[in-house]
Write a new protein. Sequence first.
Length: 715
Amino acid sequence: MSQFSNEWSISESVYHPANERTGGTLFCIGNGLMGLRGSYEELGTKEVQGLFAAGVYRKSIEQQFCIADTFCRKKYIFDEELMPTPEEMYLIQNLPDPLYCKIWLNGEPFRMWDGNLLEYNRTLDLKTGVLHRTVRWDDGKGNITSLKFRRFCSMDERHLIAQEISITPENWSGEVKIESGIDASLNNEYAESVVAETPAGLTLKSEVQGGAVAFQCLETRLHRGASIPLEWDSEIKLRRYKKIATVRAEQGKTLMLEKFSTLYSTQDETPQEAAEMLVKKAAAEGFSQCLEESSRVWKELWEQADIRIEGDSESQRKIRYALFHLIIASPQTDSRVSIGAKALSGQGYSGHVFWDTDINLAPFYQWVFPEWGGAHVRYRHRNLADARAYAASEGRSGARYPWQTSIGGFEHAPVAITCSRTQIHVTADIAYCALRYADISGDFEWLETDGAEMIRECARYMVERVEYNEEKDRFEIHGVGGPDEYHPLTDNNAYTNWLTAYVLRRAAALSDDADERFQWMDIAEKMVCPVDEKTGLIPQCDGFFDLKDSWEITGSDWGGPGAEYHECKGLKQPDVVLLTVLLPQLFKEKYLRANWDYYERFILHGSSLSPSIHALVAARIGLMDKAMDYFNLSADFDTLDVNKDTWAGIHIGNFGGLWQALAYGFAGLQVRDGQLCTDPHLPEQWKSLSFNVWYQGTQHRIEVCNRPEAEPVLA
Ligand code: BGC
């Protein structure tokens, strides 16, 4: 289990093979263009190792999984008529592992699980994105060696990975054999071949199913103090492409190895040449120089992204870990791709992009790195044609955005899963996200062109889903689910209805067509958006208050015969509570409080997206103990492996929510009448909370303090 060790790092000091999968995620590094899991150089497995490039997906016809194996699933989740259906989709591709490096010390293979591991430490330096491992190892025959490993994905040259390995025999002299290479043995979804070779390097070309081609170029340098020329042998064995050298090591003297690998794909221009050029440049500069350049960029990123929590170094460490992942998740200004539910840290959710990106993640980028925030809405706009086709396939006009997607904008979710088809709020979420991007960034040029086109198309689709109830002279939406997946098929889900009404109003202001404007405003006015004005309470959907208040859990959330959440009030994740966060101009404290009080007792946090939103609301209404409990649950979600699935990748949407909890919740950041303002609620131990945001082209430093006499500062 990893632990935070100081304000700028996480580390672990116990090695156990059983932790390798989770460690692969927790110690993942990257730069938004690629993600590299925290595997060990000497040997990994398919679930530990991982190199992912943004946009490199394989195309596949999948026989969709058929897991309607429980009462609940059969009754509520799957439509067995539609199952099993082979469907075309893209899945993020795990590429050949460039970290591969095996070492023999005096004839014995270095393996932490053999011999005696005298010391072990693995530390991820959040400031520079460097992963360190230090080991003292006894081969079981009394030969002790100290080994140090460092690696980073450059933030400066974002196609570059650099590794450094130092080997110091403590009490022996003898031979060290090194095998440095690329391991392509763990996946079958690509066909690889060596397309160029130099004595210490090679270029591997991997043709991924469905069209993508990745080029990885490798160069290994050995130094013994000063650089020495070496003879390398080549070997290809079991799809491991290796360069092999044997050298003599002297007791107490350090042998240094530097390894550079580059990754380009057919998304890039002249990828093979680019990969070869960059690797040569990096090898000529050396590890330290490359690190310096990467660290310089990291410094600039941290200057913008860091959140300072004075008085609580544990919370400080936690938020930095979250920010680190938010930074390495972003494709930055590249709008051809966006951030999947696990970013580039694992294969969970196949690298697919969900509504999480628009609702949970986007605020961080929109406020902190507006250009990166802009890239995401542009990505959504790029996929407008597919969204139109989705709506058309239902015989509807406008654009329907899919539940999960990738580089292709079509629906990747198994058609038989009810909630993927009923969560039409995704379309409203995407329009909402585009509007918020424009509001925060001030990029009205985009809003009035591509943004307007996309928002209007979303509005047209939502209008198609609205039904007029003549008797009551109101508009309703039937057969949908909100974010809470435990109630996937309901009428008048409050989240969907309110958000649709909001989007229609704003879309009307972007339309030149008077009839359309009138229709959208009329629907927005008469949409069923029930709220008890006296108490502020909002029903999640029709009939929600009549569901059972308690339930017996006899199995897993979806599974056990007693876990019939659909017939009771158990919630997977916030629905109404999230709604109150999204529309702060409508929902003031009374509504936040009423709905928090009512719904919090039913929340099961079956989704990682849940705790941060609870932290946000608890802080806003001044429930500071609760706010801190939820802050910690969210911040520790992966480090404590709360849902037992961290091995499949980081829960990046959770970290986006955590940023919102701090900004909107603890600092109470809001825009009122075009002005930024704060309404801080800080836990007692926090002296101050400060961070940077951009608002309509101007940078602001937000600083809120916990001293009663201190006024919030907005610079
Ligand atoms: C959540 C969804 C989310 C998905 C991907 C599910 O468990 O319920 O709301 O979009 O995970 O993160």
